[in-house]
Design a binder for this molecule. Structure first.
Ligand code: HEM
Length: 556
């Protein structure tokens, strides 16, 4: 140590001891503060979960890492798979500890899920960290509001998602779908030769574009045409956003938005203007990409909403053919505002948040669902062939089969249901107890977090039998005796927060899939291919799902 540094340290020490001698009360308070903080940390991390928690006797995996618990395994593993392993080992109620000693429960039985999602749903809302993460991407719409506000918002939106309205929309899907078919044909033409073995294409990328174009058309009457425009700003912004979807990035975002006020700040113009600052910060440098993507998405969304507002000023008779969801919502809001009875009218901000919600919730989920369905069919050529045979007479009659024509196709239905069961695009969600109550015979304290283990329930052997984790579309022709239509396949969950876009996305998946399987054959891209889903909010395939694509030939 240099003599100068040694002298400086000595003088600091002398000053500190002198100050301590002068103010003994302050020193005593500081020591008490440090001891209190350390004892709180030890209590939360080690003592509470082991000796004091009322949940300590619930079976579950060992405590694992002293700080993260089992969290690292969850972040590194495939979405839902660690939880499935624990349910197999410890039974239908599992306690998992970590990070920082936080307990999470998994309930598998339908009665418990019914209580959390349906009968007592107001007492088991989405936890705040989840609402903040979702809110920073999708705004404060249906996905984030809760209780009474949710009830009113959902009531206002349900009619736009009614079957008659969705049926009237299904023709709108064909613009983007035919665009995709043409693009794939052109890609294959560059390979040409009828006998060519086909071409490797990253199918998730194309499916993400087609579903973005469909949601823009059906939800907003807006033609994004990201299929033909590789630099479409909405598509690029979503691509950047989904590229951030990894377990560790998600964990970082959760820790950042958990700081009070940060979630709102991230949505502000100020945060965007100062985004370069976060670019320099090691732990959260990716937030810059996030802020830029969100800024672009908000700009396009606000344009779409402005168009709708202008439209709503036109007398109904001039534009009544508009069936897109936002047009219906804007008109319903106008009627509510005009009505003397004074119904529930969403604010401008709430309308804007619905735009973000539909874009965020309705695009990548459906794209992931389609990508995994193509993969499962690629691995199972006989099922793919059987589906093509079912579709051939339908397309021979009409090149744009509508909702009714597709709804009655048994094998198409089996394929889509089985794919959503086995590879649910949203593999897991969360809830938190807002009251202390018994669930499945266990006293669950207020504040406890729950995994809603969608993928685990969907593949539970207790319900689905010994082949529960395998692809078998024909199981839908002869459902197991324990099957319950609400709680056995939970891909869109259940209860008042169940996915409002369920029917819409099933119709959309069937329409896109039917058109693709009718024209193309899909095979794995290479031998031993094992695609992996990201361990984040949705099951987007990590490698964008390369598949070998061929035109259908008479022998297919
Ligand atoms: C295959 C496609 C889809 C899947 C698997 C899916 C799945 C889900 C799931 C699991 C939830 C519940 C999340 C939770 O409570 O934590 C949900 C909620 C929601 N979804 Fe979907 N979704 C899909 C497509 C769509 C589409 C196309 C839209 C809209 C256009 C949409 C809009 C919503 C909204 C607004 C909510 C919140 C509902 C509420 O809380 O009242 N989803 N979705």
């Amino acid at each position: 140590m240099s003599p100068i540094l040694a002298r400086a340290l000595e003088s600091t020490w002398q000053h500190a001891t002198q100050a301590a001698a002068d103010r003994p009360v302050v020193v005593f308070a500081a020591i008490i503060g440090i001891v209190w903080l350390l004892s709180r940390i030890i209590y939360r991390l080690f003592l509470y979960p082991r000796f004091f928690s009322p949940l300590r006797s619930v079976p579950g995996p060992p405590f694992g890492h002293p700080i993260y618990g089992q969290f690292a395994i969850i972040l590194e593993g495939e979405a839902g798979i660690p939880q499935r392993g624990w349910v197999k080992e410890y039974g239908p109620v599992v306690r998992v500890v970590g990070p920082i000693g936080i307990e999470r429960l998994i309930f598998m039985r339908p009665e418990a899920i019914h209580k959390i999602l349906v009968s007592d749903w107001v007492d088991y809302p989405r936890p705040k960290f989840m609402r903040d993460v979702l809110g920073s991407v999708t705004g404060y719409g249906l996905l984030t509001v809760t209780g009474n506000e949710h009830k009113q918002m959902r009531k206002a939106m349900n009619p736009a998602f009614s079957i008659p309205n969705l049926m009237a929309q299904s023709d709108l899907y064909y613009g983007p779908i035919e665009g995709l078919v043409e693009i794939l044909n052109n890609e294959l033409a560059s390979d040409n030769k009828e006998s060519a073995p086909g071409k490797q294409l990253f199918m998730y990328e194309w499916l993400s574009k087609v579903t973005l174009d469909i949601i823009c058309e059906t939800a907003f009457g807006y033609q994004s045409d990201s299929l033909h425009n590789p630099h479409n700003e909405l598509a690029e912004a979503y691509e950047n956003l989904t590229s951030l979807q990894t377990g560790p990035n998600l964990a970082r975002l959760i820790s950042v938005v958990s700081i009070p006020g940060i979630a709102r700040l991230l949505g502000s113009e100020w945060a965007y203007k100062h985004r370069h600052i976060v670019g320099y910060l090691p732990f959260i440098e990716n937030l810059k990409i996030f802020l830029e993507a969100m800024h672009r998405i908000r700009a396009v969304s606000s344009q779409m909403l402005d168009d709708k507002m202008r439209d709503s000023a036109v007398p109904i008779s001039d534009s009544e053919t508009k069936r897109d969801i936002m047009s219906l919502l804007v008109r319903a809001r106008k009627a509510d505002m005009d009505s003397k009875a004074g119904g529930y009218a969403m604010s401008d901000k709430a309308m804007m948040d619905q735009v973000l919600t539909f874009l965020g919730a309705g695009h990548e989920t459906t794209a992931s669902g389609l990508a995994w369905t193509l993969w499962l069919l690629a691995k199972d050529p006989s099922t793919q062939k059987k589906l093509r045979e079912e579709l051939a007479p339908v397309f021979a009659q009409n090149s744009r089969p509508d909702y009714r024509a597709l709804k009655d196709l048994t094998w198409l239905d089996c394929v889509v249901q089985e794919s959503l069961r086995l590879m649910p695009p949203v593999p897991m969600t969360f809830r938190q107890a807002a009251k202390t109550d018994y669930i499945d015979g266990i006293l669950v304290p207020k504040g406890t977090l729950f995994y809603i283990p969608i993928r685990v329930i969907n593949t539970w052997k207790e319900i689905w039998g010994s082949d529960a984790e395998e692809w078998n579309p024909s199981r839908w022709l002869n459902l197991p005796s324990k099957y319950n239509s609400t709680f056995s396949s939970l891909s869109f969950i259940a209860g008042p927060h169940a996915c409002i876009g369920k029917t819409m996305s099933i119709i959309e998946m069937k329409t896109v899939l039917a058109a693709l399987i009718n024209k193309f054959e899909f095979d794995p891209a290479y031998e031993d291919q094992v695609p992996q889903p990201t361990a984040a909010i949705t099951m987007k395939p990590k490698d964008n799902m390369p598949l070998r694509v061929r035109r259908v030939t008479p022998s297919s």
